[in-house]
Design a protein around this ligand. Sequence first.
Ligand SMILES: C[S@@+](CC[C@H](N)C(=O)[O-])C[C@H]1O[C@@H](n2cnc3c(N)ncnc32)[C@H](O)[C@@H]1O
Length: 235
Amino acid sequence: MGRVTTEDLWYHYGRTRAARDRSVPACFHWTWSQDGGPGPEILGNLTGRVVGDLGSGTARHAAHLATHHSPARVVAVDASPAQQAMALDLFRHLTPRLRIVPSDAVAHLRSATGTYDVLYSVFGAADFTDPRELLPAAFAALRPGGRLVFSTLAHYLGGAPAQHDAVHADIPAKTPDGEAATMRRWVLQEHVWTKLLGEAGFTEIGTGIPFVDGGSRAASTLLVKAIRDGGTRTG
Ligand SMILES: C[S@@+](CC[C@H](N)C(=O)[O-])C[C@H]1O[C@@H](n2cnc3c(N)ncnc32)[C@H](O)[C@@H]1O
């Protein structure tokens, strides 16, 4: 049984890789397995664009975009002090094209009205934040014509179906010292994401399962796209 905690439950995530691999990734993947499926073309042409990664972890995806896609800047937002520290250690040298920002995504978006051309999340804040807060905040932070893209679980790890309503599950997590805890994760059916995005004001909402990841954890990736209408398209 997990316990309520305010400790950083993302302390361990990506730590082993961060210790042995300091490179900017040559590729950008949306999938759980990070080895196939579509790439950054889903984000449109990023040249000169202001891009935000919501729940960026060690900022590998953001570092790739900042290095290979000529944006005005990529803002990598993460609420975890541990992830922030690893991201700075790995990719601080990419400043100012990459900005690593320690913040809750909703708070950051609410302070950035009309700032972004593109917002994205790779199993990041969109999975772990109440969508009734995150999606309206993302809508407001996008410029007219901007787009939101995120990858999330199509069903729970192991195969249990996604939720029919906008409800979270408490999933197992670990404190920095290895004690069991729980955190909230939103694993929602496609029609639920579509409804929530529509309620937040988005249009041209598209979902699809471009890639079913193999392996013992039986993860499948759901890719979700939406537009903040009313301006020139980003790409
Ligand atoms: C599974 S990790 C994915 C990290 C990264 N996107 C990647 O693919 O490696 C989830 C990340 O989302 C961050 N996160 C979750 N909810 C967040 C929120 N509301 N605001 C900012 N970061 C959040 C966590 O701190 C964690 O680093």
